[in-house]
Design a protein around this ligand. Structure first.
Ligand code: FAD
Length: 258
């Protein structure tokens, strides 16, 4: 299988750097082909702007969505964007690896998503009409591929527990897992999260590697998170709210998981 690891940490000797090296070795050892997009090492341009299209005219009004659509369909995107899209097409599984920074991914990785997820590639896919709101949330260009987050947090596991002060980790990661991964069609596996990173010694590092290795070995057998597909009948269209008889009384992120 082909695995794309999109990695966002500025320091190769970090915990994240060690876990990235471990993961590549483990996956390759199991016979998979791995590509790593090491965003800091690539000096990845994080900001989406007019320079992302090769056809930008000086002084022309920049429209982030429509210029993206045009550049994608005309094959006139900046080369770095097209290369990352090729890697996504090539991959059977994609891992996004990052330290949790301000309750989300580092800006460089957010910028990878914003620029690589072009209009027509990751969104704006499929029929848009009164009866259908495109191929997304379970359908789309990434359908049939798997994705997983590998995240490290300074906070403790209890801080991210159902009643923890930071909010449940599933809620914190929902915008990425549901919004960034499920939206274009990935089957999203439960995340691999390492908490309390300030307390890691050789013994704990070995335990983490054991657990991570198991998750990587199980990449193709792990049951994805049961997000509800947009076009599977659970939502009223075009309002796209859950039908009143689906999970009655449940609101918020968890209502979108069967
Ligand atoms: P490192 O600092 O590199 O390492 C952590 C520990 O692991 C160190 O003790 C190190 O010695 C040890 N280690 C590293 N490699 C090995 C190895 N090979 N073998 C054994 N031990 C090893 N946390 C939150 O919970 N929520 C937030 O919202 C949040 N926001 C943040 C925002 C910013 C801007 C920053 C800088 C930090 C934030 N943090 C937050 C904390 C952050 O999530 C952690 O600092 C990060 O996850 C640690 O990962 P790292 O790879 O940088 O670890």
């Amino acid at each position: 299988m082909n695995v794309l690891l999109v990695y966002a940490h500025p320091e190769p000797r970090s915990l994240n750097g060690s876990l990235k090296d471990f993961s590549v070795k483990r996956l390759e050892g199991a016979g998979h082909v791995v590509q790593v997009s090491d965003l800091y090492a690539m000096n990845w341009k994080a900001s989406l702007d007019a320079n992302d299209s090769l056809d930008t005219q000086p002084g022309a009004r920049f429209d982030p969505s429509l210029d993206s659509k045009r550049a994608y369909s005309d094959g006139r995107q900046s080369q770095d964007i097209a290369l990352e899209q090729d890697k996504l097409k090539w991959a059977d599984a994609v891992i996004l690896q990052f330290p949790l920074w301000w309750f989300s991914m580092p800006a460089i990785l957010k910028g990878w998503v914003e620029r690589v997820y072009a209009y027509g590639f990751a969104y704006g896919v499929g029929e848009h009409s009164d009866a259908r709101w495109g191929d997304r949330y379970g359908e789309g260009s990434m359908a049939g591929k798997r994705a997983m987050l590998m995240v490290t947090t300074g906070g403790w596991e209890s801080h991210y527990s159902p009643r923890g002060i930071n909010g449940p980790i599933d809620d914190v990661l929902f915008p990425i897992q549901h919004g960034v991964l499920y939206y274009p069609g990935f089957d999203v596996l439960p995340p691999f999260v390492v908490h309390r990173t300030s307390r890691i010694d050789a013994a704990r590092f070995a335990e983490i590697c054991d657990a991570l290795g198991q998750r990587l070995d199980d990449l193709w057998n792990t049951k994805p998170i049961a997000f509800r597909p947009q076009n599977g009948g659970a939502y009223d269209i075009p309002a796209l709210t859950l039908r009143s008889d689906v999970a009655p009384g449940r609101v918020g992120f968890s209502a979108h998981v069967e």
